[in-house]
Design a protein around this ligand. Structure first.
Ligand code: EPS
Length: 452
């Protein structure tokens, strides 16, 4: 009601392309007719700032089924994840969420922190007797390390003297831009939240979201493609299940024993010289029905939304779908995935999947393949040159306990954010308030595609 009231402020001359007008309805969107006026689709005009703000709120309200927030500092008492827009009736197995959290903690090259933590969620809202109720879901993860930081991370102003102020920004971290932007004197006020520790909450959310789409046959896996200069052999022929077995057994999440040995050697060499290593991960997802996302508006495009989510991960430097940047170097005839028709199964087929499973911002029904490049972590035990923010004198970047390489963990994290985005797009397409309603919509749509 509040959101619709905002829309009343749109001047009579403003016309807006309403985001959720279904294809076969009239130009008068039922949601927006009556006393709120008519917003015809198919035409755009310039809107003033207030109107844009109102519509932005509206977009959040009606477009995204799911939304989430995370909160918490790396060395604070707890991490918090809140997910809103959750439909009722989905079975939630908390042990599966904890399993993914344990996967995130693994990987050769991690630092001492992972020996302290045993990340597990405590569900505190929205789940009753193992099922979602439709209410917002909240998960809490305790930072065991907090007991070593109680005074330094205290909320009580009387503990200010315990802070051990950090004044030497690390090149590559959020440190310098963060203190300048927020006008802070202690870099710790920035680094605590910028830390990749936050991804614990995102993995919990992703593992939760997976449980909405798993019943509909969507399977998602993240694994490592390369670390430093060592590339693992491409496992393109393997099924996701085979790939899962192979990469879960690997200390660096690759399906290639030779590459694994070389990567471990490289991590060891980096550790000796106080350096760090980045890499590339791939997320593959199968069982996605054709038509998640939409071509009709920029912010409804599935690949755009996935790229946004993946680029928001700490240390991400690039995202590519299918053959990615290579697409800019080949001819169209070599790139595009030719279309066939299987008369026995009565369905459209593709002769390749260079697109990585999206065309026009929609899923094609082929496996989603997206790669993410992670830069080497910016805490170097052999620090780079920097400047002290107080004295303005040249100084070395701060040394914080950190990891030499967190790319195997990044594969699990990327898998999790893809899971959330797919669940969100799935619920948007088949939306409803309960599992039963969503399942009906899903079956009806599959029949429509079969009968096309
Ligand atoms: C992380 C926890 C952190 C780091 C790492 C990721 O723990 P701590 O800072 O206590 O050693 O290991 O964070 C970073 C690399 C970073 O730049 O902040 C985790 O839980 O994944």
């Amino acid at each position: 009601m509040t959101i619709l009231a905002c829309i009343q402020t749109i001047p009579a001359t403003a016309i807006y392309t309403a985001p959720r007008v279904p294809h076969e309805t009239s130009a008068l969107c039922p949601l927006l007719t009556g006393r709120w006026g008519i917003l015809p689709r198919g035409r755009s005009v310039w809107l003033n700032r207030e109107v844009r703000k109102a519509l932005w709120l509206f977009r959040l309200e009606v477009m995204s089924m799911l939304r989430f927030l995370t909160a918490g500092e790396s060395h604070g008492p707890e991490l918090v994840a809140v997910v809103e827009g959750v439909p009722a009736g989905f079975e939630i197995d908390v042990t599966k969420i904890n399993h993914d959290l344990a996967r995130r903690q693994k990987g050769y090259g991690r630092g001492g922190r992972m020996l302290i933590e045993k990340d597990e969620v405590r569900p505190v809202s929205g789940i009753r007797f193992g099922r979602t109720t439709g209410s917002p879901v909240t998960f809490i993860v305790v930072n065991r390390d907090f007991k070593n930081w109680e005074k330094r991370m205290s909320a009580d102003p009387r503990d200010r003297g315990e802070a051990r102020v950090v004044t030497r920004p690390r090149p590559g971290h959020a440190d310098l831009a963060g203190v300048l932007k927020y006008n802070l004197e202690d870099i710790r006020d920035v680094l605590e939240r910028a830390s990749a520790r936050e991804t614990t909450a995102r993995v919990a959310i992703g593992a939760f979201a997976k449980q909405f789409i798993k019943p509909f046959g969507i399977d998602i896996l993240g694994y490592v493609v390369s670390i430093g200069t060592t590339a693992a052999k491409a496992p393109s022929q393997s099924s996701v299940a085979e790939l899962r077995v192979a990469t879960e057994e690997s200390a660096v999440r690759v399906a290639d024993a030779g590459a694994e040995r070389a990567i471990i050697e490289e991590i060891d060499a980096c550790k000796k010289t106080g350096d760090t290593l980045g890499g590339v991960v791939e997320v593959v997802a199968t069982g996605i029905p054709v038509g998640l996302g939409s071509h009709v508006q920029w912010d409804r495009k599935l690949d755009g939304r996935l790229a946004h989510a993946l680029m928001s991960l700490q240390a991400t430097k690039g995202v590519e779908f299918g053959i990615g940047f290579e697409a800019g170097r080949v001819r169209g005839s070599a790139l595009h995935d030719e279309i066939g028709f299987d008369t026995e199964e009565w369905r459209f087929t593709r002769r390749s999947n260079n697109s990585g499973g999206t065309e026009g911002g929609m899923s094609t029904g082929e496996p989603l393949r997206v790669r993410v490049a992670f830069k080497p972590l910016s805490t170097l035990m052999q620090p780079l040159r920097s400047v002290d923010i107080r004295s303005k004198q040249e100084a070395e970047g701060t040394i914080e306990r950190s990891d030499v390489c967190a790319v195997p963990a990044a594969a699990v994290i990327a898998e999790s954010v893809v899971a959330f985005e797919l669940a969100n797009a799935f619920l948007e397409k088949f939306g409803g308030d309960s599992l039963a309603e969503i399942a009906r919509n899903y079956e009806g749509y599959l029949k429509q595609v079969r009968d096309f």
